[in-house]
Design a binder for this molecule. Structure first.
Ligand code: SAM
Length: 305
């Protein structure tokens, strides 16, 4: 794994992360036990094909468990236990503060495997000279973790997601983190349509963060399918990339879209091979105690100091 520089640590080197109140406590038998701030949850982890380590008593402290519907590996339901709070609560990752609550599809409002990237984005942007432009685009932005990180690093950010509820959640997270005075433009829009408009408006970005899902829908029901739409997405990202780009972070959670695939696509569509540096690899939920990290997608990061 490359070192980014003496002060900017790469993905693997950032773990364990100080000041992060998320922990993967244990995993096994297709499930994971996670601590989100004050509360414990059990969620499916089909990749955890090994026995659990912690005693049952530890797992029994979870306040809710999400299980998939029979025979499926998506869509299911929560089984709440005593102790589940009625209201959302907070989770901190250093200076970034997030509101957490269980949602449909077994999500919690945060993808903790991205935590190393949030810190990298923040620290990289801070490390750039004060007079260098820092316009960052975060597409498929969800509840805004990377947007907060970029804002904390001093960037002007454009955040795009098709879900109004997610954008509102992201705005709340920005306020909670004390970053409400930063320049963030919020768009509830279909990513492909947004990129076309942004190109017509001649807006350009020094940093682009993209985390496309396998399947999704735009704000007006437009269908997004990664295997069909990715080339067009990257081409449109290229159209809004500054002539002096600083970084691109491309992540996926889709089977087959490995680190090499992402890197090859970035080289084809977005960056010149001999300019800048790459760090690409597997994302995971870090487990400190037993060392069984859970694979959670891939990343390819390109940057230029
Ligand atoms: C995997 S999540 C992204 C997670 C986020 N990058 C993070 O790290 O917190 C996918 C997001 O893409 C959004 N989405 C799906 N299809 C979309 C589309 N066509 N246009 C805009 N947003 C879309 C969903 O609403 C969802 O918030």
């Amino acid at each position: 794994m490359n070192r980014l520089s003496s002060t900017l640590l790469s993905y693997t080197e950032r773990y364990p992360i100080d000041g992060f109140d998320y922990r993967l406590l244990d995993s096994g038998n297709g499930r994971k036990l996670e601590q989100f701030g004050e509360h414990r949850f059990i969620r499916p982890a089909p990749q955890a094909i090994w026995p659990a380590t912690l005693p049952k008593g530890e797992w029994n402290e979870a306040v809710s468990e999400y299980t998939y519907s029979k025979g499926k590996d998506y869509g299911g339901e929560w089984h709440n236990r005593p102790g589940l709070p009625k209201d959302a609560w907070r989770l901190t990752c250093q200076d970034l503060i997030f509101e957490i609550k269980p949602t449909g599809f077994g999500h919690m409002g945060l993808f903790p495997e991205q935590a190393a990237h949030w810190l990298w984005i923040r620290d990289f942007l801070k490390s750039l000279p004060d007079d260098s432009p820092k316009n960052v685009l975060n597409i498929f932005g969800y509840t805004g973790a990377s947007t907060l990180a970029a804002a904390a690093g001093g960037a002007s950010v454009a955040h795009v997601d098709s879900s109004k509820a997610s954008v509102n959640w992201a705005r709340k997270n920005l306020e909670l983190s004390g970053l409400g005075d930063r320049t963030v433009r919020w768009y509830v829009d279909d990513v492909l349509k947004f990129l076309k408009r942004e190109h017509n408006r001649e807006r350009f970005y020094e940093g682009i963060i993209l985390d496309p899902p396998t399947f999704g829908r735009g704000a007006k029901g437009e269908v997004w399918k990664i295997e069909k739409d990715l080339p067009q997405l990257l081409q449109r990202c290229r159209n809004v990339l500054s002539r002096e780009p600083r970084f691109i972070l491309f992540t996926t959670h889709s089977p087959g879209f490995s680190a090499l695939t992402l890197k090859n696509m970035m080289l084809n569509y977005l960056v010149e091979p001999n300019r800048g540096q790459f760090d690409a690899g597997e994302m995971y939920l870090h487990n400190e105690e037993q060392g069984y990290h859970i694979p959670s997608g891939f990343y390819s990061l390109w940057w230029r100091d």
